[in-house]
Design a protein around this ligand. Structure first.
Ligand code: 5GP
Length: 183
């Protein structure tokens, strides 16, 4: 039987808190205010890429004080070696017609940059009024394609993070902070 104060395997893998709830909340408040000022009076659509960005989207949309629509998409990009093939398979598409909107993609983390650069190609072909990317986390040292988010709330070194929507084998998405994951 497990002792009450013994750490479980699940808990042990949460190595340390990398970004606290308070730091995340403050950065989102600032980003929400900036987006609100930039798109005031314009038709704005926030697009979240599932699943990792769902928590960030929930908090960011509430920090955006101007009227706006939200939508979700699920997409997987395919690679040949380290090169992006530019082929994105959409497993769940947007409901909105992006032509009518200034689109802001809300992403959890930019790592190699391949997924987002493919999604951007795909959405640009649908001719939105404008297209920008806001990411909660950025790992620039891991980049394999030339990609830069318009707004990155936190830049982190090359370690695997979990929490605040980000998973490891579908677990840990419910942590309210960003943590470093380790065996
Ligand atoms: P990219 O195409 O930029 O390499 O892939 C980005 C995706 O990889 C993210 O949306 C996320 O799902 C996953 N990813 C990259 N780095 C991490 C990480 O440190 N932790 C987690 N949980 N997912 C990551």
């Amino acid at each position: 039987m497990q002792m009450k104060n013994e750490m479980t395997e699940y808990e042990r893998k949460i190595k340390r808190v990398a970004i606290s709830e308070e730091e995340i909340a403050a950065a989102i408040k600032k980003a929400g205010a900036e987006i609100s000022a930039e798109y005031e009076g314009k038709p704005l659509l926030l697009v979240s890429i599932l699943k990792g960005a769902f928590v960030f989207m929930a908090d960011l949309c509430r920090a955006v004080t101007i009227p706006h629509d939200i939508d979700f998409m699920c997409a997987k990009s395919y690679y040949a070696g380290t090169e992006s093939s530019g082929v994105v398979k959409i497993t769940m598409d947007l409901v909105h017609e992006v032509k009518d909107y200034h689109v802001v993609i809300v992403e959890d983390i930019v790592d190699t940059g391949r997924t987002l650069s493919d999604i951007i190609k795909l959405l640009k072909a649908r001719e939105p009024l404008s297209l920008k990317v806001v990411t909660l986390l950025d790992k620039p040292s891991r980049r394999l394609v030339d990609f830069k988010a318009d707004k990155a709330l936190f830049t982190i070194p090359d370690f695997f993070v979990i929490g605040y929507g980000l998973d490891c084998d579908e677990k840990y998405r419910n942590l309210p902070y960003i943590a470093e994951y380790g065996e």
